[in-house]
Design a protein around this ligand. Structure first.
Ligand SMILES: Nc1ncnc2c1ncn2[C@@H]1O[C@H](COP(=O)(O)OP(=O)(O)OP(=O)(O)O)[C@@H](O)[C@H]1O
Length: 286
């Protein structure tokens, strides 16, 4: 454990909020303040060690890619960050708040949203209907009010619908708003999933293999949509991606895992030339 982390934990024990964002004022790669800080994460499934002592920082506003061969622990790491998995060791700090093992609802409420490797949309529901569900966390009216259609619930529903349409227009999906999601081509469904995650107005957006199964043209469109969304909403993006070309053009910062261990952490240029990274990929036949 670093001295800094030990100090922060001691402060927390004493009831003082740890201020990782103030770590020399900066995060490692981009020089911005750290939004997410993972420290010494250990995760095992029975005898299988999925993650061993993994730690890194994501700076506010950067695009961070997690890469590594199959089985390296990438999806497990994402599930630790958004509270689905409870690590056996280590800490997840988001904006200085300890989210470790607090669960997926706490992570979502703190401002972390995600998309899934296999599209997780309601296929029979319209595109706009799917986006409105992405905003549900922001709804303040209770379920009883919603069922009874009381004024605040009705107003919030109207606002959510208008905001969803605006978001769809922004992502070039306005023409599909009333179409059932299941009837759209795969590339458009992936963009709808991005729109749904953005509807929650996250400060950290987790993307699990967003380009999987896409054509070159669809990858380009989704990359452009991610860049445009970042420019408009200013959030931090953390993505898992196998397409190294996409990773190199989209990311400011890359963390490389191999067998559950972090083997590299730096800028695309530094990581691309790292002998350990080259060996990990060549050794696995990538
Ligand atoms: N729910 C689970 N139960 C048991 N073992 C698991 C579980 N999830 C992951 N593992 C194991 O943990 C290790 C890391 O898996 P993980 O899916 O996180 O890797 P990954 O880098 O995302 O792989 P891929 O690129 O193939 O998606 C693997 O050995 C995997 O078999």
């Amino acid at each position: 454990m670093s001295d800094l982390l030990a100090t922060a934990w001691a402060l927390e024990q004493a009831g003082v909020t740890p201020a990782f964002a103030a770590r020399d004022g900066k995060a490692a790669v981009t020089g911005n303040v750290a939004l997410l800080h993972l420290a010494d994460i250990d995760l095992a499934f029975g005898g299988v060690k999925a993650l061993s002592g993994v730690g890194f920082e994501a700076a506010a506003g950067e695009t961070l890619a997690i890469i590594g061969p199959n089985g390296a622990g990438k999806s497990s790491l994402l599930n630790v960050i958004n509270g689905i998995y409870r690590p056996q060791g280590g800490r997840v700090l988001f904006e200085g708040r300890d989210l470790t093992a607090k669960g997926a609802r706490a992570a979502a409420a703190a401002g972390i949203a995600r998309t899934f490797q296999n599209i997780a949309l309601f296929k029979g529901l319209s595109v706009v209907g799917n986006i409105v569900t992405g905003r549900s966390l922001a709804h303040r009216a209770g379920i009883v009010e919603q069922v009874l259609g009381l004024p605040r619930a009705r107003r919030e529903e109207g606002e959510a619908h208008a905001a969803a349409l605006e978001l769809l227009d922004f992502l070039g999906l306005g023409a599909y708003a009333e179409r059932p999601v299941g009837a759209l081509p795969y590339g458009l469904q992936k963009r709808v999933e991005l729109a749904r995650a953005l509807a929650a107005r996250p400060r950290l957006l987790l993307l699990d293999e967003p380009m999987a199964g896409m054509s070159a043209g669809e990858k380009q469109e989704l990359s452009d949509a991610i860049r445009a969304a970042k420019a408009r909403f200013g959030m931090t993006v953390l993505l898992i991606e196998h397409d190294i070309g996409v990773v190199m053009t989209l990311s400011d910062h890359i963390v490389v895992l191999d067998y559950g261990i972090k083997i590299a952490d730096g800028t695309p240029d530094a990581v691309r030339n790292d002998p350990r990274v080259i060996e990990a990929y060549l050794g696995q036949g990538h």
